[in-house]
Design a protein around this ligand. Structure first.
Ligand code: RTP
Ligand code: MG
Length: 138
């Protein structure tokens, strides 16, 4: 069991819907430590770097536009196995089918919203976490 750091983003839908507090509560209730936290308006450069693995996919442009549509909250969280642990707390990508008990499953809404509006991002590996922390907390 390793103490890890992960990069979490509360996406613009989460901030707009005033779910920041609830999402932070779930992270803290799990026992993860909030090492850094700030609200930011993402630049196009940050988003292009953050989503470089998705360049060219059909959802890339709408995703980058959505992520630039309002402020987001960037967080570095620390804890035992926090990288897979937070992804499990977040739930699967599509909020309409994410399991109950997860952030996306409990709080994600099916109002004809697109799949990109799934409230949170969490790094998917140690390598991604190091890279993404460098983008948002340079
Ligand atoms: P994330 O990176 O945000 O933690 O989410 P994830 O690993 O579950 O999903 P990923 O495959 O990395 O995709 C990144 C984000 O792109 C949007 N997306 N839209 N088919 C689609 O329209 C589609 N697929 C993915 C979501 O916002 C997803 O979180
Ligand atoms: Mg991902």
């Amino acid at each position: 069991m390793a103490i890890e750091r992960t990069l979490i983003l509360i996406k613009p839908d989460g901030v707009k819907r005033q779910l920041t507090g609830q999402i932070l509560s779930r992270i803290e209730a799990k026992g993860y430590e909030i090492a850094e936290l700030k609200q930011v308006s993402a630049t196009r450069e940050q988003l292009e770097a953050h989503y470089e693995e998705h360049v060219g996919k059909p959802f890339y442009e709408p995703l980058v536009e959505f992520m630039a549509s309002g402020p987001l909250v960037a967080i570095i969280a620390e804890g035992q196995n926090v990288i897979p642990g937070f992804r499990s707390l977040a739930g699967t990508t599509d909020p309409t089918t994410a399991a109950p008990g997860t952030i996306r499953g409990d709080l994600g809404r099916d109002w004809g919203l697109k799949v990109q509006q799934n409230l949170v991002h969490g790094s998917d590996s140690e390598e991604s976490a190091a890279r993404e922390i460098g983008i948002w907390f340079a």
